[in-house]
Design a protein. Structure first.
Length: 164
């Protein structure tokens, strides 16, 4: 296991060969606390197909419904502070005007420091196995939200799932 006795794994300890079959839907985000942004640092090829652009360097918060930007940023930061994971089912508006549900899991990792300073994201589309997938226009508010205890507990309380 990459994390060993640590509360989260160091990025260099992750054996990417073990994750090769998932790489297409894997991304790493390096949160910027000074700007309250979530820029993509490493993005699997599936994200290009989904968004019709390379997300590397772009801020994840630019892809979400503006009413949930603060919630999205705060939830990532909570995962880094605790440290813990997060699993969600989230609808996205797609190019044809419909909605497409997807699930994603985020987990904290580190880049050679004693604090979690990145998150790794895995997106799963088992909820909609049909191909081809339409391009995503906007990520909406999650409909299912679960903290994942990775050995350090989970944040106290919960984030409001009702954006109204």
């Amino acid at each position: 296991m990459a994390k060993g006795d640590a509360p989260f794994p160091d990025r260099s300890a992750i054996d990417l060969k073990r994750f090769a079959k998932f790489a297409r839907w894997f991304a790493i985000i390096e949160p910027d606390q000074n700007k309250a942004s979530l820029p993509f640092r490493l993005v699997g090829s599936g994200f290009f197909d989904l968004f019709n652009t390379d997300l590397t360097g772009l801020d994840y918060l630019g892809l979400v419904d503006p009413t949930i930007k603060t919630l999205a940023y705060d939830s990532v930061m909570a995962c880094l502070r605790q440290p813990c994971g997060l699993w969600q089912i989230t609808p996205a508006q797609v190019a044809d005007g419909g909605a497409m549900p997807y699930e994603y899991t985020i987990l904290p990792i580190s880049r050679g420091t004693q604090v979690a300073d990145h998150i790794v994201i895995y997106v799963n589309f088992e909820l909609r196995p049909l191909a081809p997938r339409p391009n995503v226009d906007l990520i909406e508010h999650s409909t299912v939200w679960r903290w994942l205890d990775i050995g350090m507990g989970v944040p106290a309380g919960s984030f409001d799932l009702d954006p109204a």
